[in-house]
Design a protein around this ligand. Structure first.
Ligand code: GAL
Length: 932
């Protein structure tokens, strides 16, 4: 009992903040041409992008941020999405899923620095590029110093800036840099850039202001003149976005981050770490396009070629563009991005590669200050080298890769290497698409690393003994040379390692395989355990900072946190299957997820024990579907007369009145239109133009009779010269339908697919309208009404629903049980609602990410909106490859209601849908907050 109490008390300790960013007092943030500094200490900012708005379960933010930290990142880059917080002018919400202070507090607790990116424009493949859709009706060019736009964005910044200011490192928080605008590269207005910065300063922002430039050398880079920022960075997407061809290599260049200012660090502001799925290849292909080979060659090349000390990898976890978050042209619901952490928060081979590189970047302090030096020459010109050195310690970092990055040949050669400790002939091999960063002249704890052709994963010092992990490709030769004043004692504990001592050098030769272990003691230095692994075995290690110094843990699928208290090492860790845990820490007992682990002391001086894995889970079948029909333009309430004759959009309508949905305050999702006219009886054709964005469409009924559907106009229609006939559909009127002199009712349902971005800062794309662009029924004079969302869902917000009758009436919500019927065998044309319920009984100490999966039905003629407990978790639509819709814990609970709102252009059958588990992780009780 006492042990249990002690363990519980110790588990309480793990919530204590660990690293520098989390302290309550303020710190000084500065920078020079090498790096950022915090209180004078150099910091390599190794960060990547996370979108809180793409994970509408704040209880899971910790999970993702802990995973990011565990891979060795010390920072995150965060966009803040204006439109996500502002449904209407003057209205802002920072509660619940929008509670960004909660997010910032988490980063502080976890010791992650934040690059805050509040826009106002963010791009990010989200609707309007982060602009609220109401901005479309504001006069004045967006992304300029025009007064109309200025007044609008100041509203947003006056809300978000004070929050960010409170959380700056200078006030004891985590925000270390403030990113103004986003890739501001065309149609630029320097006054606007300057005003954004003046605004930030006036709102209390005192950390360095940065900007992410894009598009190479042709465009403004904000490094001097009006609008210049302190630390201009560069966005680089060398692999581009064609996931259909994941074997491509460097379509958009070398990916070497340029130095933009002599007095500021080199900043890789957004460096490609995944891809949008532009060509419907599916995100696994995007993960391949940007996989470990690419990461090795491009990231390592960039580190050495550019000397960048600030990185923002885009994305680390992409998430879900739930509701109406997606921008219509480039993406669909999933924003998995082929990232290192999947949409369902799973860890991938890319995560392992990030860990291998991240541990190097954040362990090896001399990397924060380096200059280019002459590299060691390779004997074979097929191999390319490039090098940097720290001017204070002389530590060298040498990149080794193929001279032709595209080749995947197997080349072995030698380097003629003048290290700080003497000249050596060093064997190297590059096999396949690969690159290595080799280190020489490095004080590794109490050791002196002369050189190694293995790469350094990391090292820690535990009770006066150095523990280091080096690694190389499986089966490749390796050599490591360490310096001692006299021959040390060398004991090979595992694997095959030959050692020789000559001069003052201990040389170890081996083949990378499994995990070799060597104990070195004596020789005038503290003892060392050197572990020599492969890519795979190195990735099994986790390095965690504790108040007692960094510790190493090997085995678990994830280590979330570590604390040392007395003789206890207290860990929070995940297991995907039962297996070994090994710890290297100043502690004699190990507690994992609140349980004492039975351990034994190993010959390596570590503790080893076993952990069990998750219990298998079964998910319920989806059955007993109920049904409800939504007749065209159903119901009499909620309609708005559409009679405007002017619009702020630069794209003017084909017929009047203006029928653009935004003009009537209906900004997201489906809208119904109802037009009435007095029929002559001779009408032949209904001609419609609509603009919906890619994959949008509209359906037309006359007097309740379905006439057909057509695709809506797309972004391309807004490129000059603007298409005057976008999304055209002509529908013949059946001869018997209209009686002379009768009142005819035309009903049109338009599925608007979100708003274009404003990449070009010229308004024509972003302010391209949504909805009907023009309608004629021969010469009839039509009176119009429009009905969209009723915006009364404060919890889920304005991006959750559109104007389907069922959405307005709450049919998507869990508590509406009445008047549902058994589902018919055939789904009719038009709007149908399907509903079922299911119960989840998942073990509280396991994380089981769940998705609803639709069966394949490539030629289907419908789209379905997936509502889970009222949350619109995406759109299953024709012409998009997505079949799995991830449903995060928090959105899911124990009792669940799944509602599909279906819009069919032809009668048919709904694809079968079922629940799938996308993982099963033992996490321990508190790791994932199931309540969201
Ligand atoms: C960048 C942009 C990001 C995102 C990315 C592509 O150019 O800054 O917001 O759009 O491209 O995914």
């Amino acid at each position: 009992m006492r042990i249990v109490m002690a363990v519980l008390m110790l588990v309480g300790l793990i919530a204590a903040p660990v690293a520098a960013a989390g302290q309550a007092r303020g710190h000084t943030v500065a920078y020079d041409n090498y790096s950022l500094t915090v209180d004078g200490r150099r910091v390599v900012l190794w960060s990547g992008e996370f979108h809180y708005f793409r994970l509408p379960s704040p209880g899971l933010w910790r999970d993702v941020l802990e995973k990011i930290r565990a891979a060795g990142f010390n920072g995150v880059s965060l966009y803040f999405h204006w439109g996500y917080h502002s449904p209407a002018p003057g209205v802002y919400d920072f509660t619940g899923i929008r509670d960004v202070e909660r997010l910032l507090r988490l980063t502080e607790e976890l010791g992650l620095y934040v690059v805050a990116r509040p826009g106002p424009y963010i791009n990010a493949e989200t609707t309007g590029g982060g602009f609220p859709a109401w901005l479309k009706t504001v006069d004045g060019r967006a992304r300029s110093s025009d007064p109309g736009y200025t007044a609008a964005y100041r509203e947003w910044l006056s809300r978000i800036n004070p929050i960010l200011a409170r959380h700056q490192v200078t006030r004891g928080g985590s925000v270390i840099a403030y990113n103004v605008e986003n890739e501001y590269a065309v149609n630029v207005d320097p006054l606007y850039m300057q005003q954004l910065q003046e605004n930030a300063r006036a709102d209390g922002i005192d950390v360095p202001i940065v900007h992410n430039n894009c598009c190479g050398g042709n465009l403004a880079n904000w490094s001097s003149g009006q609008g210049a920022v302190q630390i201009p960075g560069v966005d680089d997407y060398p692999q581009a976005f064609n996931c259909q061809d994941p074997g491509t290599w460097g379509t958009w260049g070398d990916g070497v981050t340029r130095r933009l200012r002599d007095d500021a660090p080199v900043y890789a502001a957004e460096y490609q770490a995944g891809a949008i799925d532009l060509n419907n290849a599916g995100y696994e292909k995007c993960r391949e396009l940007t996989g470990p080979d690419y990461m090795k060659v491009y990231y390592k090349s960039n580190i050495i070629a550019s000397g960048a000390t600030m990185y923002g990898y885009y994305m680390l976890h992409g998430g879900t563009s739930w509701g109406w978050l997606p921008q219509p042209n480039d993406v669909y619901t999933s924003y998995d991005y082929g990232a290192a952490i999947t949409e369902s928060r799973g860890l991938t081979a890319k995560y392992d590669e990030f860990k291998r590189q991240g541990y190097l970047m954040t362990t090896i302090k001399p990397l924060a200050k380096t200059d280019t030096i002459a590299p060691p020459a390779p004997a074979d010109p097929a191999v390319f080298t490039q090098a940097r050195a720290n001017p204070d310690t002389a530590t060298q970092f040498v990149l080794v890769r193929h001279a032709d990055r595209r080749t995947s040949a197997d080349v072995s050669t030698t380097l003629d290497w003048s290290t700080p400790d003497g000249s050596y002939t060093v064997p190297v091999r590059v096999n396949g698409r690969d690159a290595k960063i080799l280190v020489a002249g490095y004080d590794l704890g109490g050791q002196r690393l002369v050189w190694s052709n293995s790469e350094i994963l990391t090292h820690v010092t535990v009770r006066g003994r150095d523990v280091a992990v080096l690694y190389g490709r499986d089966g490749e030769q390796g050599s490591t040379v360490l310096r001692y004043s006299s021959a040390p004692d060398v004991r090979v504990l595992e694997g095959t390692v030959r050692s020789s001592f000559g001069g003052k050098d201990l040389r170890l030769d081996y083949t990378h395989s499994g995990l070799a272990r060597v104990l070195v003691s004596g020789g005038g230095r503290p003892p060392m355990l050197l572990m020599l692994g492969t890519d795979q075995t190195a990735a099994q290690f986790w390095r965690m900072d504790t108040a007692a110094g960094p510790v190493l843990v090997r085995g678990p699928s994830l280590v979330r946190s570590a604390a040392v208290a007395g003789d206890w090492l207290v860990l929070r860790a995940d297991m995907d299957q039962a297996g070994e845990i090994e710890t290297f820490a100043p502690a004699g007992r190990v507690v994992v997820d609140g349980r004492l682990v039975t351990t034994r002391r190993t010959p390596s001086g570590s503790l080893s024990g076993r952990l069990s894995g998750p219990r298998p889970v079964t998910l319920p079948a989806l059955s007993s579907w109920q049904y409800r029909a939504e007749p065209p333009a159903f119901g009499d309430s909620g309609w708005t007369v559409a009679d405007k004759t002017t619009t702020a959009s630069p794209i003017k309508p084909k017929t009047l009145p203006v029928l653009y949905a935004d003009e009537y305050g209906y900004h997201y999702g489906n809208v119904w239109y109802r037009g009435t006219f007095t029929a002559s009886g001779d009408e032949k054709t209904v001609s419609v133009n609509a603009i919906t964005g890619r994959r949008g469409n509209y359906l037309v009924w006359l007097n309740g009779r379905y006439l057909g559907s057509a695709a809506g106009g797309t972004q391309a229609d807004s490129e000059p010269p603007v298409n005057q006939d976008p999304g055209r559909g002509d529908f013949a009127i059946p001869p018997d339908l209209l009686a002379t002199g009768s009142t005819a009712t035309l009903s049109v349902l338009v599925t608007n697919m979100g708003h274009n971005d404003d990449w070009t800062a010229d308004d024509t794309r972003f302010k391209q309208p949504r909805g009907l662009f023009g309608v004629t029924v021969d010469d009839a004079k039509i009176s119009w009404q429009i009905r969209g969302a009723n915006d009364n869902d404060a919890e889920r917000g304005p991006l959750n629903t559109g104007g389907l009758y069922g959405e307005r009436a709450g049919w998507h919500l869990p508590d509406r049980h009445s008047r549902w019927q058994p589902a018919p065998a055939t789904m009719p044309t038009g709007v149908s609602w399907y509903r079922t319920t299911f119960r989840l009984d998942l073990p509280a100490d396991q994380d089981v990410p769940i998705a609803v999966r639709f069966g394949d039905q490539p030629d289907r003629k419908y789209r379905a909106f997936v509502f889970v407990n009222g949350w619109n978790m995406g759109q299953y639509m024709p012409d998009a490859p997505q079949r799995d819709f991830v449903l995060p814990a928090g959105v899911l609970g124990r009792s669940n209601t799944l509602v599909l709102a279906v819009i069919a252009t032809e009668p048919g059958a709904l694809a079968p849908a079922g629940l799938v588990a996308l993982g099963n992780h033992w996490t321990g009780a508190a790791a994932v907050d199931q309540r969201g």
